[in-house]
Design a protein around this ligand. Structure first.
Ligand code: HEC
Ligand code: HEC
Length: 265
């Protein structure tokens, strides 16, 4: 009997088969993975992602290991990652890990996603069989803010936006005659849904006039860029049949912060 116990503990220590799975172990594992991504540590990442790995990226596309590593190379090392709400569920030889990942960049903007990773114990290590990541857009929060704002501007919806709000500098020139209600619709449809982000990506929420977040100042430049394309460039192509050819934020962004450069082959 004593020998049996000893034998068992040796097998567990060598982990020829996975020992009872603990949540803490997978929190540590996922933290090491995030850190390796941040520091562009490909040696560690090759341990996590075996050759032949494919997963599903947050834009819904399949990615191979090489494509994933190319994406990781673009990660800004000043980005801070934190994990919440992690569960690790054994399923036969696999462990299913689900967690909420929050990324904070140095300029103060945050993005959240829900990750789902399938691990298998292989060659003495937990390695990822496949994985998927889905962006969390706090659309419910967006709706709460929009409802609040519509309440505060009641009776003044059709006044020019710059008379109702405190710090509207660009929209009256890029969208002439923009009203307070139209500004809110632009924020909801073109800016938030168009880029796939929450209001908080650009705003210190409930301090809407505050300009301290970089994406907000970029968005002003983007509004000018869009108007320049529409007024000066598209309009100068006489062969176009449409008399009002136009691009908008979603034309390029398609619900993502970084517009695609190529099509997936
Ligand atoms: C991509 C960045 C971006 C997102 C996302 C965004 N906004 Fe804005 N918002 C701006 C910019 C830029 C301005 C200023 C426009 C200007 O100067 O003409 C602005 C102005 C505003 C203003 C006027 C504030 C004032 O007093 O001057 C309000 C209110 C506002 N946004 C609400 C929202 C809400 C609510 C959401 C989410 C549904 C949202 N915004 C999402 C960039 C954004
Ligand atoms: C002609 C294509 C095009 C249009 C139209 C366009 N954008 Fe962009 N936008 C880009 C590109 C390209 C980038 C840079 C992506 C990168 O970092 O490589 C960008 C970046 C941004 C960023 C910075 C992303 C971040 O990480 O926060 C914001 C914010 C933004 N755009 C907002 C807007 C808004 C708001 C509109 C509409 C008023 C708009 N864009 C219209 C092409 C476009």
């Amino acid at each position: 009997m004593r020998h049996m116990v000893l034998l068992l503990s040796v097998v567990v220590a060598g982990r020829t088969t996975p020992a009872p799975v603990t949540r803490d172990e997978f929190i540590a594992l996922e933290q090491r993975r995030s850190e390796a991504i941040r520091t562009h540590d490909l040696t560690t990442l090759r341990d996590y992602y075996p050759e032949g790995f494919t997963g599903i990226a947050s834009n819904g596309r399949k990615v191979t290991r090489d494509e994933l590593f190319t994406l990781f190379e673009r990660v800004d090392p000043s980005t801070q990652a934190s994990l919440d709400d992690l569960t690790a569920t054994p399923a036969g030889p696999f462990v299913l890990v689900s967690a909420k990942l929050t990324l904070r960049s140095a300029n103060g903007s945050t993005s959240q996603s829900r990750l789902f990773h399938v691990y298998r114990f292989e060659g003495g290590k937990w390695r990822m069989v496949t994985g998927q990541s889905t962006p969390i857009v706090e659309v419910t929060d967006n709706q709460t803010y929009l409802t609040e704002l519509r309440e505060t501007i009641r009776g003044r919806e059709t006044l020019p936006a710059e008379q109702v709000f405190k710090n509207v500098r660009v929209l009256p020139t890029t969208v002439p005659g923009v009203t307070a209600e139209r500004l809110l619709r632009i924020m909801d449809l073109a800016y938030s849904r168009g880029l796939g982000v929450a209001c908080s990506h650009c705003h210190v929420v409930r301090h809407w006039e505050d300009d301290s977040k970089t994406p907000k100042t970029i968005a002003r430049a983007m509004s000018r860029l869009t108007t320049t394309i529409n007024r000066n460039l598209l309009g100068a192509i006489p062969e176009l049949k449409d008399r009002n050819p136009a691009v908008s934020c979603p034309t390029c962004h398609r619900g993502q912060l970084k517009p695609a450069l190529t099509m997936q082959p």
